[in-house]
Design a protein around this ligand. Structure first.
Ligand SMILES: Nc1ncnc2c1ncn2[C@@H]1O[C@H](COP(=O)(O)OP(=O)(O)O)[C@@H](O)[C@H]1O
Ligand SMILES: [Mg+2]
Length: 330
């Protein structure tokens, strides 16, 4: 291993922030280290992904500062998981993703003895140990669903200390570039309902912290428009539909946060994208029947309770200025 290269699996490569994250306002000289492309486990790239300047700056500070563990909190579908994935996609760093559940245990995280072809027990690294060895990253998704005892078992590694695998006696020292990401819905968020744990203070104390929110309206609108135009929709129509869908989504998210009784979930950017695409597909056909594609399409784009569908239908009418039968509303 090259002693000047802190990653045991690949050669470091520096990426220019401006081009890599499509951020024209970043300084031309600003760079962030990643790895040479081609490693297994790098998440697939979403080339339309939009990075928020503040979040990207916070991430860069964490990454170049040599910190190890980052906790990302935010509402459901705000973009926590995809943020971590898309950064790794661009820096070409493998990301071992662990969807955490109440029964996720140390074997799933750290590894276990499993029989090989000859029936002999062999140690197999779990995602956390693998990332420690390779100097890559691990994403503990929905971290506060994890049993606090299992989370506490990670403390040594989170801080970069060597850890002895009890089953084999092998000592694993986390590589300098090994990083841990945890995502969760905020404990005081409406979505943090039964089954969410508060990890103990010692474990919590090991994480840097960052909050993620939905994209600002203008950026989300630009993203939706880009997708529609990419699908052959004329600019003006794409812009109108994108604008309406994003405005409605904004109101639904606010209602969700304000505990509106009928709104039991927020609309994600992904759901808004689906809705906008269905809208333009339905619009022409439905107009002849005097029905609104916008009102109709959301039912296919997002599964909603009857009560939520009704409330959202009202919001759409308010924003669009016409109802589901294309009758104009003042
Ligand atoms: N900044 C963004 N640019 C493009 N798509 C986004 C962005 N933020 C979220 N999305 C989309 O919204 C969906 C939900 O995001 P996700 O990261 O899974 O949310 P969370 O992990 O917070 O529940 C994903 O399909 C993602 O691609
Ligand atoms: Mg997620």
């Amino acid at each position: 291993m090259d002693p000047s290269n802190p990653s045991p699996v690949a050669t470091l490569r520096r990426y220019r922030i401006r081009e890599t994250f499509n951020m024209p306002q970043a300084s031309a000289a600003a760079e962030i280290p990643g790895l040479e492309p081609g490693l297994a486990g790098v998440p697939p790239l979403d080339e339309h992904y939009v990075f928020d300047t503040d979040r990207l700056r916070q991430f860069t500070m964490f990454w170049v500062g040599g910190f190890r563990a980052l906790m990302i909190e935010g509402d459901p579908a705000a973009g926590k998981t995809s943020f971590v994935e898309q950064i790794h996609a661009r820096l070409n760093v493998p990301l071992h993703k662990v969807p955490c559940g109440p029964t996720t245990d140390r074997y799933a995280l750290l590894g276990q003895l499993l029989p090989d072809e000859d029936g002999r027990l062999r140690w197999r690294d779990g995602p956390v140990v693998k990332a420690c060895r390779d100097g890559t990253s691990v994403l503990l998704d929905e971290y506060n669903v994890l049993d606090p005892g299992e989370a506490t078992g990670l403390n040594m590694l989170l801080e970069g200390y060597a850890w002895t695998i009890p089953e084999t006696g092998e000592v694993v020292t986390p590589a300098r570039t090994a990083r841990f990401f945890a995502t969760q819905n905020g404990v005081d968020s409406k979505a943090a309902v039964a089954g969410r744990n508060v990890q103990d203070v010692a474990n919590d104390d090991r994480f840097s912290y960052m909050q993620v929110d939905y994209l600002p309206a203008d950026q989300e609108r630009a993203l939706v428009k880009l997708h529609l135009v990419g699908g052959g929709i004329p600019e003006a129509l794409a812009d109108t539909v994108a604008g309406l869908c994003v405005e409605v989504a904004h109101d639904v998210r606010q209602a969700f946060r304000a505990d509106a009784p009928d709104i039991d979930k927020p609309l994600s950017t992904r759901a808004v994208l689906r809705w906008a695409k269905y809208t333009v597909m339905y619009q022409a056909a439905l107009r002849q029947q005097r029905r609104s594609g916008l009102h109709y399409a959301i039912g296919q784009a997002v599964r909603m309770s009857a009560a939520m569908a009704k409330a959202v239908n009202e919001i759409i009418t308010l924003k669009a200025g016409y109802d589901q039968c294309l009758n104009t509303r003042a």
